[in-house]
Ligand binder design. Sequence first.
Ligand code: PEP
Length: 245
Amino acid sequence: MRKPIMAGNWKMFKTEIEAVDFCAKLKPLINDVSNITILICPSFPALPKVWDEIKDSKMALGAQNLHWEEEGAFTGEVSAAMLKCVGCSYVIIGHSERRQYFGETDVTVHKKLLAALKHNLSPIVCIGETLEQRDKNETFKVIETQVKGAFHGIDVKHWDNIVIAYEPVWAIGTGKTATPEQAQEVHAFIRGLLPAEVAPKTRILYGGSVKPENVKELMAKPDIDGGLVGGAALKIESFEKLIKY
Ligand code: PEP
């Protein structure tokens, strides 16, 4: 049985004060929730204070990126150990915005995955095709390349910690959601690419304009194990509805 995850990726939104305020207000609303992992991924500066606010709650903390090296002269970067130290148990890797704007590739995704696993952080590895690739019928080829690029050589013992997020790039922040059937088709394909012994237990999240109006249908699909949510995770009312889908 795969426990679903509802993850809020706050991107470059919310100051520390706003982030803590959000969590303080959400906390009492989710007291009775136990069947889903609720994950908050704020910006780096907000992590310590958000952790103070949520550490005794139903929420877990994640970061949006990390560097693969242990430490060193890498101005502006943050290591896995640093994230661990401020309460993170998850880290998003290879989000399409990082691939698009910051030169993230399957090679860097793989190195970041190794760093996260070494420090016992659960990586949420994002994969997904662009609209152009979908229109050219390249979706499955692209997904297969990304899965192989990220996960080659990963020992099966690590897979309990690994989460995958299928995020079609054309659906992120656009209001356009993949239909539940489109998403399910790719999720099943991704699961089929994983080692047989880990495939049934690996959580695969869907991301791309998940909102209260479509969450139920998406979550009803057999291979969709949760959501990685941007816009709808920024407001308490909508994030609460997603958590309680
Ligand atoms: C995301 O940030 O990963 C995302 C899917 O954003 P949105 O929900 O706004 O499309």
